[in-house]
Ligand binder design. Structure first.
Ligand SMILES: [Cu+2]
Length: 301
């Protein structure tokens, strides 16, 4: 038994296709070696033209046709149920963004890992805030693209307790390889306790929650180290050299500057950094979230 209901079908399709591949590798190599020996120049000095051999032609058409249909059959049988989620499946919204996964449970509670109850069908509704990501759970044998503006889903029934890796399988920018999480399959009772205890807000400053939820921390560190961009530590109140419309100037990092940085990041570009890496958060960071971010940045001395 596999970790999910799809393991058996996908593995069977894989074995069938792999087996057919081996069959051709061995078959073609054997015939090739046989011909090289049998028809070498010393044995067969003069080439001859051969016309029409019905038996041979029908055979080499029929056998590959059957093999191709066989591969299609096993692939289709494994794939088709993946696109039909049961109506009573437990729904979770999976959000992909540069460069973290977030798993949103009913009531808007978010978790950095996907926790699911054993033996219950789970449907993941896939949402991207920025570019194309792809939710990939190798142990479950499922993978589905997370495309901005498109409603996509995947579903599964976890059939074994344990922890499995989640990856993003399409290259989505600089820190793509850091975009990982875990699926944790737990007994249903444990799942219910976990969900009840999952805080809508984990007690951390709200500003930090917003920064994490929007993956700002994937580019801006909180501890002074440099990741993709400047660190948020000690940023507020500092003098920053920026380029505005091609001219360098010094600005004070205050509320207005942070607001411009979030909604129009390519207006004042910090010297030493490239334009266009940070996108606008217009419509993503709400007006009432900005002061919370600013409060939090002020606290990062
Ligand atoms: Cu990604």
């Amino acid at each position: 038994m596999g970790a999910s209901n799809f393991v058996e079908g996908v593995d069977l399709a894989f074995k069938v296709i792999f087996g057919i591949g081996i069959f051709f590798l061995v078959g073609i190599t054997t015939v090739m070696i046989f011909f090289v020996i049998r028809y070498r120049k010393s044995k067969h000095p003069k080439a001859e033209q051969i016309h029409d051999n019905n038996v041979l032609e029908v055979t080499w058409t029929l056998i590959p046709l059957i093999l191709a249909l066989l591969m299609f059959y096993y692939g289709y049988v494994a794939f088709s149920p993946m696109r039909n989620a049961p109506k009573d499946a437990y729904e979770i919204t999976v959000i992909g963004k540069m460069w973290v996964w977030a798993f949103e449970y009913p009531g808007g509670k978010q978790s950095p890992d996907l926790v699911v109850p054993l033996n219950k069908p789970v449907k993941c509704n896939l949402v991207s805030y920025d570019v194309i990501h792809s939710l990939y759970i190798p142990a479950f044998r499922i993978k589905e693209d997370v495309v901005p503006g498109k409603n996509n889903f995947l579903w599964f029934i976890p059939e074994q307790l344990g922890e499995y890796d989640i990856l993003c399988s399409v290259y989505c920018g600089l820190r793509h390889s850091f975009m990982e999480a875990k699926v944790k399959v737990v007994p249903e009772a444990e799942f219910n306790t976990w969900l009840a205890a999952l805080p809508s807000n984990s007690g951390e400053p709200e500003g930090l929650t917003i920064l994490k939820r929007n993956a700002c921390t994937g580019c801006h560190s909180l501890d002074g180290s440099k990741i993709v961009s400047t660190s948020f530590k000690g940023l507020y109140g500092k003098e920053e050299k920026v380029i505005t419309n091609g001219t360098e100037r010094t600005v004070l990092v205050d509320d207005a500057y942070i607001k411009t940085s979030v909604y129009d990041p390519n207006k004042d570009v910090v010297v030493g950094y490239q334009k266009g890496i940070m996108k606008t958060y217009n419509g993503i960071i709400k007006e009432d979230e900005l002061p919370k971010i600013i409060d939090y940045l002020k606290s990062l001395k």
